[in-house]
Design a protein around this ligand. Structure first.
Ligand SMILES: Nc1ncnc2c1ncn2[C@@H]1O[C@H](COP(=O)(O)OP(=O)(O)O)[C@@H](O)[C@H]1O
Ligand SMILES: [Mg+2]
Length: 459
């Protein structure tokens, strides 16, 4: 595997190499454009000094003086009309020069070899110690005419400086590499920690603490990772709780079906008892089927919101219809129904909303003692529609109130068992209302009654 570590190192080295190359090219261009003329002028002035000096002191010993100048850091090439050559000071790398140039200097022309040195991309004329890279000037020494070519001996003049810069460059490269290696570890370490944490989570170890205390993007990533791990853990807990609730809800009706059918098979029972047992079996199977329907509904509501098919329909007549559907159970309990249903049309999923009213109204019927009253009202405003379902039933304790919309929550387990409930009804109601962009609120007082208010936006 190619690690980020080696990756960053390689990129850094490549960057250093490239920037070195580019700087060289740029400084080369800078020399060609700005420094060359300046350098040429400087050396020309120097050459003129030598030539003037000879003119003022014609009896001067030529060799002695030029050798002296050479020792001070110059390269000098002298040639007379007969072609006799002599060199002073530092050695030239290339000694060739056109005879035409030499002849031109003899006629009194100054040769600007430094200024006219050909510019090439990778060659810095500054360091080239060829005879052609000089200033040529005629001088008269010891009564004889010479052509003198002179240039500063860069190697000599900058010798120590060159070593100094080479040392600076080498150290800065080596130290940068070492620092990059160290700092890259610092950058990469939290990423390795994150990788380890991801592995641990995949193995189901949600408690794994990722301690990355940084304020940058990696720190943020670690923070997000931690909160993600937490929600995965919660989700996992919820899933386990859900599964155990479901199995429990399935287990109890199955156990009673098994028990009663076994008794029916093994014992001689009076017809009356047989009928009672069989109706219990029938009732329990109905509960199971109801449970599986509710679970399927929750699953499909959880899955996607696209399953809803919205139409505009008459809400008041839908609620009246639910009343008729449940008529048998509320008549049996002798409950009064108080309706205030002005004609209202809303835009929503007809089937799902019907489920909402069925669940809320059957709850009210279930949790209200005989003689009580259930009232259903619709209150319209421009933007929304409120459906208020109120009963004079047993109410809900303030402890339970925050939990009633949770899946499988039942306030009184013993009572609900008899009533055949799953605790999924209100969870389904809440989900459907939320899918429609609405909210559901509940107010309740024990022994007084309960009010559910569903608010659904009209558009
Ligand atoms: N109208 C009501 N009056 C009193 N308690 C209620 C009412 N509606 C719901 N509850 C409480 O909320 C719980 C959850 O309701 P629900 O989700 O419909 O489940 P279920 O009806 O299957 O018990 C009920 O068990 C009950 O304790
Ligand atoms: Mg219910």
């Amino acid at each position: 595997m190619k690690s980020i570590y080696s990756h960053i190192l390689a990129v850094t080295l490549a960057t250093m190499l490239l920037s070195g190359l580019l700087s060289f090219l740029i400084s080369n261009v800078y020399y060609q454009v700005f420094l060359k003329d300046y350098n040429d002028d400087k050396v020309t002035a120097m050459a003129r000094d030598i030539s003037d000096f000879y003119r003022q002191n014609p009896e001067l010993d030529k060799d002695n003086y030029l050798a002296h100048a050479g020792e001070l850091g110059y390269q000098i090439f002298l040639v007379d009309k007969q072609g006799q050559k002599s060199f002073y000071g530092g050695k030239f790398s290339k000694k060739k020069i056109d005879q035409d140039i030499v002849n031109a200097v003899f006629t009194g022309k100054i040769y600007h070899g430094i200024r006219d040195f050909p510019s090439k991309t990778f060659i810095t004329g500054f360091f080239d110690s060829s005879v052609i890279n000089t200033i040529g000037m005629p001088i008269i020494a010891e009564g004889k005419q010479y052509a003198m070519f002179v240039r500063p001996d860069v190697g000599y003049q900058f010798g120590e400086m060159r070593i100094f810069f080479a040392v600076v460059l080498t150290f800065s490269v080596v130290i940068s590499i070492i620092l990059v290696m160290i700092s890259t570890r610092y950058i990469v370490r939290p990423i390795s920690k994150l990788t380890e944490a991801t592995k641990q989570i995949a193995l189901g170890n949600y408690q794994y603490e990722l301690d990355v205390k940084r304020r940058d993007e990696i720190g943020q990533l670690a923070d997000h990772f931690n909160s993600m791990a937490k929600s995965i853990e919660q989700l996992e807990e919820m899933r386990q709780e859900f599964v155990s609730n479901v199995s429990h809800e399935i287990q109890s009706p199955l156990a009673s079906i098994q028990g009663f059918s076994q008794t029916l098979r093994e014992k001689e029972l009076p017809d009356e008892t047989k009928k009672r047992y069989l109706s219990i079996i029938e009732e329990e199977s109905r509960r199971l089927s109801q449970l599986s329907k509710q679970l399927l509904m929750l699953a499909s509501l959880d899955k996607e919101e696209s399953i809803i098919e919205k139409v505009t329909f008459n809400l008041s007549s839908q609620i009246k219809q639910v009343m008729f559907m449940t008529e048998w159970s509320w008549r049996e309990k002798e409950l009064a129904f108080d309706l205030d249903l002005p004609e209202t049309y809303i835009y929503g999923d007809e089937k799902l909303l019907q489920q909402v009213w069925i669940n809320l109204i059957t709850n009210s019927i279930k949790f209200t003692e005989s003689g009580g009253t259930i009232s259903v009202a619709i209150k319209n405003s421009e933007r929304e529609c409120k459906i208020i379902i109120k009963d004079t039933g047993i109410g809900i304790s303030s402890d339970s109130l925050p939990n009633i919309f949770n899946r499988f929550y039942k306030e009184d387990k013993a009572r609900n068992r008899k009533e055949g409930s799953s605790g999924l009804g209100l969870a389904i109601v809440k989900k459907i209302v939320e899918i429609h962009g609405g909210i559901i609120e509940v107010k309740s007082e024990q022994g007084v009654g309960t009010t559910f208010i569903v608010t659904i936006p009209k558009l």
